[in-house]
Design a protein around this ligand. Structure first.
Ligand SMILES: CC(C)(COP(=O)(O)OP(=O)(O)OC[C@H]1O[C@@H](n2cnc3c(N)ncnc32)[C@H](O)[C@@H]1OP(=O)(O)O)[C@@H](O)C(=O)NCCC(=O)NCCS
Length: 431
């Protein structure tokens, strides 16, 4: 491994704090199988998952070596080989409005052993990740969260929401377009390269999506070792009329033993680079014989499904939740990275107790939608904490709510006009 981010040493401040608490933080040598296995097992335990099998550990070692992997060890316990704290991180492009891309620092695997909870281990690790990203010159950090109450304290804000759907197939019916392409079954073995490139194209075209590693791409097509229902995965591709691949759907079907017409289809992933592919793949799962219910998660909040079915109430959003959380570390670089849909100028006063993003900045957007951002001493039009800036950064319609909550002060309408985008951000994967 030669990537520079892998050789960055442990953050000094976190190391000192943790050592003062009798703990030993370390960057994990992911080439050392025993050490990495102990870390991977501790991470699984931290999320209350099964102990990974030997095959699963071997697969994870192979696929996750590229991450910067940190463990916190307590050498005073009888089995100190398993870390009591874990976190991993790596750089990846985040799509921002335009669509354009900004380099981001993705953070994952944040766990603290239940035996060591609330001893401020996470409080040492998270700011350390932010300092590491800032030292690398990366303007934005990002994560997906198990609970929405954890990360606001470190300046993260929810930046893209996702929806969960439950479709009553008989009631819904299809009134969407007839699509010109072709559907066919495929296998991960023959499709994986095509699938990866479709994911890359889809994700580069939509604010909120991130560039996926092979690990994150492949698990949309093929079950990882030990995945429940692994033998039920089905993979269907959609190719346009010219034969070019435009999308795929991966799904499982669970039968109802008492009624064969009552099966449930769970969409693992539905990936589309064109509207036709999106429609064709939805139609395919909704019209599946013997299936009464289709469930799909991590869809956008603007999913066109209600307009594609005969009875809107047959396709229900059963949950909308915060999904992508971002943390702005460098305001000029982050705000200049995205495009804006109207020209204008605004002065933002950003409050950031951790210091990275604090200051007053003038954002000037030209007629071509490109911004210039500079520190200024001019009076602020809008004041907001860095977490609120994250919530409006990718174009989500969050300004009015944040203003109503008193978290945006000043000319909220002007902020909304500049930052909001016609298409809301979406993140369709977990990391
Ligand atoms: C979330 C987790 C990593 C926190 O670790 P921790 O070392 O216990 O956290 P800390 O002691 O540093 O607590 C830091 C602050 O966060 C708060 N906090 C920690 N976990 C929280 C939670 N689950 N919900 C709400 N607040 C939480 C603490 O109360 C503390 O608040 P304060 O700063 O206002 O005093 C740990 O509880 C955990 O492993 N949970 C299960 C796995 C998980 O959900 N990980 C997050 C993945 S996105």
């Amino acid at each position: 491994m030669t990537e520079p981010y892998l050789s960055i040493p442990l953050d000094d401040q976190a190391a000192t704090t943790l050592r003062d608490s009798g703990l030993r933080p370390a960057i994990v040598d992911t080439a050392d199988d025993a050490t990495f296995d102990a870390w991977l097992s501790a991470e699984a335990r931290g999320f209350h998952a099964r102990q990974p099998s030997a095959a699963s550990l071997a697969q994870q070692r192979e696929l996750l070596r590229h991450r910067r992997t940190t463990g916190v060890y307590d050498d005073s316990i009888p089995s100190p080989v398993a870390p009591v704290g874990t976190v991993s991180s790596w750089p990846a492009p985040l799509t921002v409005p335009g669509p354009r891309a900004v380099e981001s620092w993705l953070i994952s695997a944040v766990t603290v052993a239940p035996t060591h909870r609330r001893r401020r281990i996470a409080s040492a690790l998270l700011p350390a990740e932010l300092r590491t990203a800032a030292a690398l010159g990366i303007p934005v950090a990002a994560l997906t969260v198990s609970e929405s109450t954890i990360y606001g304290r470190w300046g993260f804000g929810p930046s893209a929401f996702s929806s969960v759907w439950t479709i009553d197939t008989r009631r819904a019916g299809w009134v969407g377009p007839t699509t010109p392409g072709r559907l066919s079954f495929t296998t991960p073995a023959e499709f994986v390269e095509t699938g990866r490139s479709l994911l890359a194209r889809q994700n580069a075209a939509r604010a909120g999506e991130v560039g996926l590693s092979d690990y994150l791409s492949d698990r949309t097509m093929t079950p990882l070792e030990g995945a429940p229902d692994a033998d039920k995965y089905r993979l269907v591709r959609y190719d346009g009329p010219d034969g070019e691949p435009e999308g795929f759907v991966t799904y499982t079907i669970t039968e109802d033993d008492s009624d064969f017409t009552n099966a449930t289809l769970d969409v693992v992933a539905l990936v589309a680079t064109t509207a036709a592919a999106n429609a064709a793949l939805w139609r395919y799962v909704i019209e599946m014989d013997l299936v009464a219910t289709v469930r799909a998660h991590t869809r956008g909040v603007d999913e066109p499904l209600p307009w594609l079915v005969r009875d809107i109430r047959g396709a229900k959003v059963t949950n909308v939740q915060d999904h992508l959380w971002t943390r702005i570390l460098d305001v000029p670089a982050a705000l200049e990275a995205r495009a804006y849909e109207t020209a204008g100028s605004i002065v933002l006063e950003v409050d950031d107790p951790l210091g990275f993003a604090a200051g007053r900045f003038r954002l000037e957007v030209g007629a071509d939608g490109t911004a210039r951002v500079q520190e200024t001493t001019d009076g602020a039009d809008v004041s907001l904490p860095v977490g609120a800036l994250a919530s409006v950064y990718l174009g989500a319609p969050s300004v009015a709510g944040l203003a109503a909550a008193g978290r945006i002060e000043g000319d909220a309408l002007a902020l909304d006009r500049l930052f909001r985008t016609a298409v809301p951000p979406r993140l369709s994967s977990w990391f």
